[in-house]
Design a protein around this ligand. Sequence first.
Ligand code: G
Ligand code: G
Ligand code: MN
Length: 413
Amino acid sequence: MPEAALPFDEAERLLSLTRSGLLEGRANRRIKGVTELATRALKRPMAAVSLVTADKQVLRGAIRMPTAPTPRAHSFCAHAILQPDRPLIVENAQEDRRFANYPQVTDPKFRLRFYAGMPLRLPDGHAAGVLCALDQVPGTLSDFQIAILRELAETVEDIFAEQAPAAGERLTLLQELRRAASAGDFTLQWQPIARARDLQVHGHEALVRWTRPGGVPARPDDFIPLAERSGLIGRIDRAVLWAACTEMASLPDERRLSVNVSARWFGLARPRLPGLIAQVLASTGLSPDRLTIELTERVIVDNPDRALWELRDLKAIGVRLALDDFGTGYSSLSYLEAYPFDIVKLDKTFVRGLGANERSEAVVKAVIRLGHDLGMMLCAEGVETERQLEFLRIHDCDLVQGYLLGRPGRIRP
Ligand code: G
Ligand code: G
Ligand code: MN
């Protein structure tokens, strides 16, 4: 039976875990609250937070866990922390070489079969241990249960960082979002995109809005990351695409629209975005050249090869592609050359510096020039002042978007 490898950052990890004080800390009632929620939400009899030390596991908030000592080398959790960003799910430990001779699996007193563990990070990023649920019956987790496990793990991380919002609040938000996603309960605001030269309207970008039960408005920055972690983003983007294309197709003129789509679509086992977009266009009667799909570079960073052919499939439908938020993240200039984007959207952090910061100005000038040489249009986001607009015009930026030109709102027929 193979021993668990050591994480690449093992020395620093152990130092960080020791310094965190978590190993001395007494059982934390809030952690117990989370493990209780885990047993209920995942419908498993056992759960715990286990801290992985040099040679063993230290349990916190454990519920009905076997009390036998767990040497690290063959433990579930020691394997789980090797992939700190995703859960380890063992459907049947008896059929998994890594655990087939593990006493917790073979000993008739325990006979563990099912394991689901989400690694937990310390505030400095090193893995401290795992939030795990176990069962003597083999099984699996649904996507939604995996999302719950991830949320609960984040709650434990917050407790580690001594800044815990109640676990209940996170779950409530997730459940509300799930209901909204099923019902397609979102609205759109439209922000105009104008030609820099004469400020004629070029098109509109659809921005999703969600009102939580009780009338609390939530902004995308509050719920899109959660939707992406929990797999609900597909339903949200689908609802937005349908609503945006339906609304635009019903207008008497031929206005263009832009819709944001999550990079998550590009990690799916089979490509689904081209099919969805083709279907929406066919059903609404919207001409493909009126639609621009906005994607961030995460599409490329996460799946560089896959992105290339999937973006080409999208182009083949006849829609345009925009690289959104350019200037944040890696923003490699090689993306512009290698991937078939029609439009580059310069992030507002650059635009903010125009007229004030020479370095921002140099970058903006260079990206406009390069984009044009590669046959792309440039769109500047977050244009708020006449001075910024003037700079962009002088340097031949094609399109502008921002509060100066119009805030997100209703579209005027
Ligand atoms: O203006 P605003 O706060 O709406 O937008 C914040 C972020 O949310 C932007 O980066 C935008 O790309 C993203 N966003 C807005 N609407 C959608 C949507 O329908 N789907 C996805 N995936 N992202 C969106
Ligand atoms: O998709 P993207 O990340 O580009 O979404 C645009 C975001 O920028 C939205 O959150 C929108 O509300 C916001 N926004 C649009 N115009 C301006 C602006 O002029 N200034 C600032 N600060 N934000 C803007
Ligand atoms: Mn956008």
